[in-house]
Design a protein around this ligand. Sequence first.
Ligand code: SF4
Length: 281
Amino acid sequence: MGGTGGAGGALEGKSPYELRLDQSAGLAELDVRQALATGDVGFLHSFTTGSAVDGPGIRLVAWTTSCMFRCRFCHNPDTWTLANGMAVPLDVAVDELRKYAEGLKVMKGGFTLSGGEPLMQTRFAVRLLQAAKALGVHTAIETNGFYSERLSDQELGDIDLVILDMKGFSPSQHKRVTGVEDNSRVLQFGRRLADMKHKMWLRYVLVPGLTDVPEEMARLAEYAASLGIVERVEILPFHQMGRYKWERLGLEYALGETQPPTAIAVAEAVGIFRAAGLEAW
Ligand code: SF4
């Protein structure tokens, strides 16, 4: 594989809202396939530091590229395409982790692998998370759960926290939000985590006119409560910080006129999850 640069750009980013394109364009298909099969190389939008919202404490976050969903509210559509990520050898990514490991431990934070969808690059994801663990750093993966069966029980057990992004409970709503109807794998993943008594946070993006459907949230809340492992539910208010990416990528953006939810709407959504007995905010 050819280095860490691709079409250029620094490994560390200011935020995932930086538009990054074609960072590994030109890599041979065989190289890409080999990278995915071995995890020797990952494709990353960037590393960002200092996040206080992607797991407990202060987090170092690696943002992977590639995703199988096409969420209408996606804030980072540049991460949909593998080639928009920088090709980063595993040892370079581990060096980045090592730089921050002691600080993260002192701040009771950790490392979070997010995306895009990290399990599109399962081998790299597993190896990077295991490397973080070996450095004594708390690990979290933020995932939509669709490819979770790619993780063995042991690999899953080695990850301290799963942050599961859920988009809808019924297949029809899931299709409306993500373009993919079959969410049985996502729901099954939650049940598998429950069987393993694995810690989980649930995230739900509240989008007026799209995901603010009370019945959907109530069914999701009932499901989440039944698992008995959901430590917290985070309702994330939709915002327009990713809008310019859709425009720059020439993608049709259905939410151009959508406003962030009101404080009342957020409180109502939180209330639905709390009513099911969950910690939510
Ligand atoms: S799962 Fe995440 S990265 Fe993928 S389309 Fe949805 S919001 Fe975007």
